[in-house]
Design a protein around this ligand. Structure first.
Ligand code: FES
Ligand code: FES
Length: 154
């Protein structure tokens, strides 16, 4: 039996402890916003937050999420994520969209740990998230915009 919290909701499961967290999210609890890209920890499409830190859910066995708190793109109670989503729309960031939930979760962690990231901080924080459509410039604009909006709300 494994207990974990997903988007503030406590869940108890008898699912295979070796199952990658990504499949548990997508197949067992129907949170399909988190995407499968490479399955090898290389692309960042499957990024979620585990106790506040971005991780590759394609690589993490469910057992290692036991007792932890997971946040996914479906969480609508994270101010940084909300501000980023609004900025993403304003700057038309997504193209095919496939990488974007991972991008948004990494960007959420960035803004939670650095309220005014400069270009280097953005580049470094986002370097593990690959976008085949090349939206990097708009992602950086979106992060800057969200940081400004969040600063205005304080
Ligand atoms: S699907 Fe997990 S890093 Fe690519
Ligand atoms: S928007 Fe298509 S892969 Fe990033």
């Amino acid at each position: 039996m494994i207990k974990l919290t997903i988007n503030q909701q406590e869940i108890t499961t008898q699912a295979d402890p070796e199952m990658p967290l990504l499949w548990f999210l997508r197949e067992e609890v129907q949170l399909t916003g988190t995407k499968f890209g490479c399955g090898q920890g290389l692309c960042g499409a499957c990024t979620v937050l585990l106790d506040g830190k971005p991780i590759r859910s394609c690589l993490l066995p469910l057992a290692q999420a036991k007792g932890k708190s997971i946040e996914t793109i479906e969480n609508d109670n994270i101010p940084e994520l909300q501000a980023l989503q609004a900025a993403w729309l304003e700057h038309s960031v997504p193209q095919c969209g496939y990488c974007q939930s991972g991008q948004l979760m990494s960007a959420t962690h960035l803004l939670q740990s650095n309220k005014a990231p400069d270009n280097d901080a953005i580049r470094s924080a986002m370097s593990g998230n690959i976008c085949r459509c090349g939206t990097y410039e708009r992602i950086a604009k979106g992060i800057n915009q969200a940081a400004l909006e969040l600063a205005r709300e304080i």
